[in-house]
Design a protein around this ligand. Sequence first.
Ligand SMILES: Nc1ncnc2c1ncn2[C@@H]1O[C@H](COP(=O)(O)OP(=O)(O)OP(=O)(O)O)[C@@H](O)[C@H]1O
Length: 308
Amino acid sequence: MIKVINLTKKYGNHEVLKVISFEVRKSVIYGLLGRNGAGKTTTMNILTGLIDYDEGEIYIDGKMLKRNNRKTLNKIGYLPENPSFYNYMTAYEYLYFIGEISGIPYKKVKMRVEELLETVRLRDYAKKKIKEYSRGMKQKLGLAVALFNNPEIIFLDEPTSALDPESRHDILNLILDMKKNGKTIFLSTHILSDAERVCDYIGILDNGIIIFSGELRELKQKYIQPIYDITFETFPQNIKEKFNNIEWIEGIKIYNDKVSIYVNDIEVAKRNIIDEISKLKIPVISFQIRESNLEDIFIRMVKENGNI
Ligand SMILES: Nc1ncnc2c1ncn2[C@@H]1O[C@H](COP(=O)(O)OP(=O)(O)OP(=O)(O)O)[C@@H](O)[C@H]1O
């Protein structure tokens, strides 16, 4: 559905996209991951025809984006990171306005507005002024706008960032519904747990290149690694220093009193970990083993790419 070949983009001397290639199949959710400033929004803006690129080729549903702009862009809906609306309008008025500027006959606009309010579950708030909307409601309205022309591909830039957990949950469910309806969804995010929940495919953008593009399942299988999560009663001073030279420990991550120990030889670890922890002489509150999640894998891959 989307094919990007050797795409490059510079701002002055800053090579934001050094050379990136990836493919997105029809009716899947593809998540583009990267740290702040990695070039996610730049990629989105290029793929939605908002900004130009330097070199490379982009195909949307088999048609080259540059040569066939208007026709190709009709297949696309876009929800930018910070959508702006006319805040003095109600959602009804705003969607009617979008219908009018899209050149759709009035009767059809009315039907479409009703449908969309239902789809994004805003019907009960449709007569409220947008300025009174929460961020989550504004995102839903943004989704309705992106869906207005019934596009085949929907681009969502950081759709859940800055939302509270309940609104995030709502938006993720709407994204899953869109996939069920056959849409192809290309989203960018740095909330890795959200990507893990909804994405079938993942692209990791780092230092101007795509260091992985493929199935999330495949990525998790490739990077499967046991991790011990341990919560201590007090901050474990010097744990890094003490555990650094242990061969079967690959890395340690500390968040306050919680420590994650990444292990490369589980059999040796099972026999030795309790011993090593007891040497610290700090009371342990909880102790469990788990497999790596997308966040663990992301950090490891970016580290291997030389950026941490
Ligand atoms: N119009 C511009 N002119 C010059 N530099 C720009 C421009 N837009 C973006 N950049 C730079 O390009 C890099 C990539 O920016 P981009 O917004 O694409 O990153 P991002 O991955 O979306 O980050 P974030 O998660 O913070 O939104 C950044 O270093 C940014 O400062």
